[in-house]
Every structure is written in C-alpha cells, then in structure tokens.
Design a protein around this ligand. Structure first.
Ligand SMILES: NC(=O)c1ccc[n+]([C@@H]2O[C@H](COP(=O)([O-])OP(=O)(O)OC[C@H]3O[C@@H](n4cnc5c(N)ncnc54)[C@H](OP(=O)(O)O)[C@@H]3O)[C@@H](O)[C@H]2O)c1
Length: 254
C-alpha cells in the first residue's frame, strides 16, 4: 500500500489524468449507445452481445492476474476479489440477459473502446492486488477505511441494482419505448443507477486505499456524470411533463 512514486504509480497517475482530460469531451459528445444511439458511428452489433463482450473483460483480465500473482491473499484481499467478481458477473451476464433490449443495437466502436477501458482498468487493479500490493493484514478488516469503504460499496451497489431493475421493468417485453421513471430516488434524480455506481467504486477505492482503485472511481465519475447529464437533458426534450425539480445525478446539486 506504499504510495511512493514508482513506474507503476506513474502509469496509474497518467491513466487518471486521461480520465479527467477526456471528461470535457464526454460532456460535449454524448456516447452513442442506449437512448443516444445515432447514425454516423459505424457498424453496430446487438446490444446484448455488446454488453456481454465489454463487461466480461474485467473478469477475464482481473481474475488470472489476482490469482497468479505472489501477493499474500489475506482475508481483505479475498473481500476485494469477491466484490469485483460479484459486480462483474452481475454487469457482464445478469444485467445484459435481464435488460429488455431485444432488437436494440450499439456501435461496434463503443464495444471496442469499452473493451479497451475495461482491459486497462482490470489490468491495473488486478496487477496491483495480485503482484504489487504490500501486505493487507487481516487487521485491515477493522480499519475505518475498510469499513467505511465497504459500507459505501454495498450502499452504492444496492442503489445501482435497485434502479437498474426498476428501469428494466419500465419497458414491456418486446417494446423499445421509454417511460418516465418514478418512485424512490427517481423522484430526485434522473439517474440513481449512475449515482449508485459512482458511490460503489468510490467505496472500493476507500476500502482498498490504493491508486488503481482510486483511478477506477475517477473514471467511473468521469464516464457517468456526463452520461447522466445527457440522460437528464434527453428526458426534458422527450417528455414535456418531465418533473422539473429532478437533478441528473447528485441530489439537489447536479
Ligand atoms: N463504471 C462505468 O464507467 C459505467 C459506464 C457505463 C455504464 N455503467 C453501468 O451500466 C449500467 C447501464 O448503464 P446505462 O447508462 O446504459 O443505463 P441506462 O441508460 O439507465 O439503462 C439501463 C437499462 O434500462 C433501460 N432504460 C433506461 N431508462 C429507461 C426508461 N426511461 N424507460 C425504459 N427503459 C429504460 C435501458 O434500455 P436502453 O439500453 O435500450 O436505453 C437499459 O436496458 C448502469 O448500472 C451503469 O451504472 C457503468
């Protein structure tokens, strides 16, 4: 858990800087998938296949790196491993198979860029935890950073799962329509699922207390804040009766 600058740390710092550098572009150019799919982004693939392809990469990269490396696989390490695997089994298999996305497509370019992002992100986190990290002693389980981070991770994951589930069920099977989401956090936000994801990976960064996990939290915010703002604008443009008091992703603020 040393934060002394090393070659690896410098790579992670550059990776974080890239997230921040790309954020203004993401704010101006909405990523063309889901409701924002549009012409001009090249060939497309079925959305379900795209999601499975992009989101299984973090398992295929992280798991072998974590397991093959020489770091001591203490209890906190296994917690990090279990949370990562659980999240990506959900995101890479359960979410795409449950989503009512029959007939929906996404640009191949999105799949390629998400595969690239996921490979680097899982590569950095897997190599750090598997090969580089100093010992996380079992006593780390009682460290306030671990406990606070775990609480954030679980709270964020529950919000994300709840909100994605609610959104998925807004659509009748076989339909591609969009409906105004209502109830719970949707009364305050257009995208509580995105807020949940940001909180989840912020929690992971706090509980792991290392640079690669921090870089993942930064990338998640840099990807999802612009996407939430685009969703929020889109709702306003498509539903004249869209509730005016809602924010995009941070209650009362953004
Ligand atoms: N960590 C990261 O950097 C990152 C990046 C991107 C996404 N994610 C996560 O991946 C998940 C999906 O992201 P997303 O941005 O694609 O979510 P989203 O746009 O909110 O869509 C979630 C699902 O619900 C459907 N849906 C959304 N709003 C709807 C509405 N008003 N009426 C009917 N159906 C609706 C969508 O269908 P359509 O797809 O057909 O619109 C999709 O199947 C989220 O949990 C997000 O947090 C994470």
């Amino acid at each position: 858990m040393s934060l002394t600058p090393s070659g690896f740390d410098l790579i992670v710092l550059a990776w974080m800087a890239l997230a921040l550098a790309l954020m203004p572009i993401q704010l101006r150019i909405t990523a063309p998938y889901g409701r924002h799919l549009r012409h001009g982004w090249g060939p497309t693939v079925p959305a379900r296949l795209g999601w499975i392809t992009m989101e299984l990469v973090p398992l295929l990269v992280f798991v072998p790196l974590f397991l093959a490396g020489p770091t001591a696989k203490t209890a906190p390490m296994w917690v990090f491993f279990a949370l990562w695997v659980a999240h990506y089994l959900q995101r890479g298999l359960v979410f795409p198979l449950r989503a009512r996305n029959r007939g929906r497509r996404m640009p191949f370019l999105i799949v390629v860029s998400a595969v690239g992002f996921n490979a680097v992100n899982a590569g950095l986190n897997g190599s750090y935890l598997g090969w580089i990290a100093a010992l996380y002693p079992d006593s780390w389980l009682a460290d306030p950073r671990f406990i606070i981070g775990l609480v954030l991770f679980v709270a964020g994951a529950l919000l994300n799962l709840w909100a994605d589930n609610r959104l998925i069920h807004l659509r009748r099977p076989g339909s591609a329509d969009y409906v105004i989401p209502r109830g719970g956090p949707f009364e305050y936000l257009s995208c509580p699922n995105h807020l949940g994801e940001i909180v989840e990976w912020t929690g992971f960064a706090v509980m792991c207390w290392n640079l690669p996990a921090l870089s993942f939290a930064i990338w998640t915010a840099a990807n999802l804040i612009p996407r939430s703002l685009s969703h929020h604008r889109w709702y306003g443009e498509h539903f004249p009766d869209y509730p005016a008091g809602r924010r995009a992703v941070i209650p009362g603020f953004l």
